[in-house]
Design a protein around this ligand. Structure first.
Ligand code: PLP
Length: 407
């Protein structure tokens, strides 16, 4: 069967390949430290599961919801957004509830990209952005950054990339996979920059907003230049902050006109999102998210600290940066001895992250996601969520591997 050009262009997730290797190693009885998880391994809060249970008796919990989502839930999302970000978009913005944050992003890109439009992505970026941009016949334009600037791309580099074809820019703070959120000063500079380009659409993926475990908290460009809200689209949802990745609910908060367009699209492609979960969310108090996450944040802080301690003890401080949010960390192989086993010479700029991650898995039994997927060469994403002891063992293995070329 001939697959369309559009879909043939989409790359397969790089995690899948390594995951299947990890699974077959486990089947052979080998111990594997799998740090690839993109979700919290905890049960959702009782208040939510109780709310879900209490909705089970109603007929309309099982029937179609309105395409854009239940009106009361949409209002609740706007209230939550206004309060948590200290803005007021009640008059200008509306909400579309979709089947997860990824679906929300897909709706946005489908509704704004025309063939040939450019979308600026800041590396490290989330794996699906470039693939979705390409799916809708746009061109991803990548701005890189490195551990030296704690994964904050330069504002000048962003400025140089903007041209008449630039349709939008996607900001993801807190960041997957960087585990950082952009500093307030960076956000202010970014706000001043984009003020100069009134046509540019600003997409702010805030799905990890609640998950920051080191102060200061995340801030956003539009909080410093309120007029930017007119062209800002915010992505949020419950996957990450309520541990509901499997229940598939995402929110898009955007100017009214775009919400209407995306609702037409969703009405023909997916219809309204899951009614039962929407109703359970209606009965749930969003201010409990904070309490639910408190112990989880303590756990993330401890594991982030473990990385710091083990890297320091092994004279690899140059590979360390302070992660602050989301639940990931980017291990940087480019400053460690191991890179010399892969690089052909000092000028070799090849990205060996896939080969390095393959080596780490086969030699030490640790599975991580190659930085190639996120636009950061010779790094790998690991998840900070595993239990403390298991995590420390895995980091010790990674560090042994990083030091290997030391003779
Ligand atoms: N945005 C970012 C940065 C993510 O990391 C993810 C999930 O990994 C999503 C959006 C989509 O989340 P979901 O579709 O599970 O709600």
């Amino acid at each position: 069967m001939k697959i369309s050009k559009r879909v043939s262009k989409i790359s397969e997730s790089v995690t899948l390949q390594l995951n299947s290797l990890a699974v077959s190693m486990e089947e052979e009885g080998k111990k594997v430290w799998n740090l690839t998880a993109g979700q919290l391994p905890f049960r959702p809060g009782n208040e939510f599961t109780e709310s879900l249970r209490s909705e089970l008796v109603f007929l309309n919990s099982f029937q179609y919801s309105p395409v854009a989502g239940f009106k009361k839930l949409r209002e609740k999302v706007i209230d939550y957004y206004n309060t948590s970000r200290e803005v007021d978009v009640s008059e200008t913005h509306n909400v579309l509830i979709s089947n997860g944050g990824k679906h929300s992003i897909s709706n946005v890109l489908a509704s704004i990209i025309d063939p040939g439009d450019e979308v600026i992505l800041l590396a490290p970026y989330w794996v699906s952005y470039p693939e979705l941009v390409k799916l809708y016949e746009g061109k991803p334009v990548i701005i890189s950054s490195s551990i030296y600037e704690e994964f904050h791309p330069s504002i000048d580099d962003i400025k140089s990339a903007i041209n008449s074809k630039t349709k939008a820019i996607i900001i993801n703070s807190p960041n997957n996979p960087g585990g950082i959120h952009y500093s307030e000063s960076w956000m202010k500079e970014f706000a001043s920059l984009v003020l100069e380009y009134p046509e540019l659409i600003l997409i702010s993926d805030e799905i990890y907003f609640e998950l920051s475990y080191f102060d200061p908290k995340p801030t956003y460009f539009y909080q410093f230049e309120k007029s930017l809200l007119e062209r800002t689209i915010v992505i949020d949802g419950v996957s990450k902050n309520m541990a509901l990745t499997g229940l598939r609910i995402g929110f898009c908060i955007a100017p009214n006109e775009l919400i209407s367009a995306m609702t037409r699209l969703q009405g023909q492609t997916a219809s309204g999102a899951n009614s039962l979960v929407q109703k359970a969310l209606l009965g749930y108090n969003f201010s409990l998210i904070h309490d639910y996450l408190e112990p989880i944040k303590g756990h993330l802080r401890e594991n982030a600290r473990t990385i710091q301690d083990i890297l320091r003890e092994n004279q690899l401080s140059q590979c360390w940066y302070q992660s602050k949010s989301a639940f990931y960390y980017l291990i940087d192989f480019s400053g460690a001895p191991i890179i010399n086993k892969y690089k052909k010479n000092d000028d070799d700029m090849t990205d060996y992250s896939s080969q390095i991650c393959q080596g780490l898995l086969t030699q030490k039994g640790v599975a991580v996601v190659p930085g190639e997927a996120f636009g950061v060469p010779n790094t790998a994403r690991l998840s900070l969520v595993p239990t403390k002891e298991f995590f420390a063992e895995a980091i010790t293995k990674i560090v042994e591997f990083m030091k290997e070329a030391e003779g």
